[in-house]
Ligand binder design. Sequence first.
Ligand SMILES: Cc1cc2nc3c(=O)[nH]c(=O)nc-3n(C[C@H](O)[C@H](O)[C@H](O)COP(=O)(O)OP(=O)(O)OC[C@H]3O[C@@H](n4cnc5c(N)ncnc54)[C@H](O)[C@@H]3O)c2cc1C
Length: 440
Amino acid sequence: MSILSELTELVPGRAHGPGASEYDAGRTVFAGVGDPEAVVRPHTIGEVAVAVRLAAAAGLPIAVRSGGHGLIPVEDGLVIDLAEFNAVEVGDDGLVAVGGGARWRDVAAALAPHALGVSSGDTRDVGVGGLALGGGIGWLVRGQGLAIDRLREAELVTASGDVLTVNAEQHPEVFWALRGGNGNFGVVTRFVFQAAPADGLVGGHVRFDISDVPAVMRAWRDVMRAGPDELNSTLMAMPAFGPEMPAGLQLGVALQGTEQQLRELLEPLLSLASVTEVSLAPVEYGDLLEDAPPGRPPFLFVGGNGFVPELSDEALDAAAAAYAREVPTMIMLRGLGGEFSRIAPDATAIAHRDAEAFLIVNGVLPADSTPEQLAAAKATSDAALAFTSGVYGNFSMERGDEVIAAMYPPATLERLRRVKAQLDPGNVFRQNHNITPATD
Ligand SMILES: Cc1cc2nc3c(=O)[nH]c(=O)nc-3n(C[C@H](O)[C@H](O)[C@H](O)COP(=O)(O)OP(=O)(O)OC[C@H]3O[C@@H](n4cnc5c(N)ncnc54)[C@H](O)[C@@H]3O)c2cc1C
């Protein structure tokens, strides 16, 4: 009997196969369209548990779908689509319970009337599930840390179908692993985050031409070093995408403070000759979030990301050199430090806490590039990435042991593998940055 037939019998109305709109919604993710055996869209935790038990008994891999922005299209097994788990409830003391399939836009909208926010990502459409289990770097990272640093509790359906409440007191080792270990340990149906004040924000962007990229990068580094935790920013250097979109740099910035304070803090950047546009104004936290593009752009991105312990002149010059190379290249620098770095490296599974910044270097190549062109783009990206340590899995679509070894220092990985062995020894949750169970 197929998993679709079994599920149709046990959770009527919730299981969907080819031809059903729910099947199409479940198998379509940001990176493309998959071909799983079935999509189940449970409405209750009990239904999640039934689906997990069935797939595990049949030895089928399970892909959990929250916002669909991290999954590689699923070609086999079962997709558990958490679309119905999208409720957001604001409770006392700024605690907010969020369904495992909600989007960050839902969280920002529910918290707005309370002038609260939860550190998340930059994009409204991204799912709470994938982003929060992988870390969560966003607009409040220097003030609140990562999304996982605001997590207080999770409700987890394990591979055996058990439902656990996981927090600092109950199953503390699982709670540790969930914060950065990605979706390896089961289906999180509910997260509880500690929100914090996110009012009094001023933000916007500053654009620069590319006449002196190293000067912009150094001034940005100095501004972020001197700035308070309430100052958050990313500096993006983009290649030209045709005459409509010339190459340029854009600072995206937000401060909990006044516009005058922001202008004072940004003065070393605003006074550069390469500034072409300044747009700064009071803003709601939810309006800082951007819409995601409708799908993965039709390019090959060759490069990678990493945490930068120190933004030395050499590190910034290497980033500027990568941008100046012949291969069209996108660079993103995001300021870290602040609360992000006050969390102990072993407090969560994201261990690279000493970072001053986060860096992405990506060559943007046409889909029909030759292996030689791809290898050349990779080599020049690596020169800039040599100044980083670790990899942030949420921004890496590569899978496999090499990425896992870069994401987690050995002691962290060993600890994650032990939790995995306890909760998912058969590795049914493997459609992710997969942590294989410890075997001894
Ligand atoms: C346009 C875009 C913008 C982004 N911006 C940011 C950003 O600003 N900051 C940042 O940190 N990251 C960002 N990311 C990366 C993002 O965090 C990851 O892609 C993340 O995996 C997306 O989560 P999702 O729920 O949308 O994805 P999904 O594809 O639904 O899930 C991703 C992974 O998590 C697992 N998973 C999801 N939900 C659950 C759950 N409830 N229980 C168990 N496992 C689960 C899935 O099985 C899968 O392995 C961005 C990605 C894109 C495409």
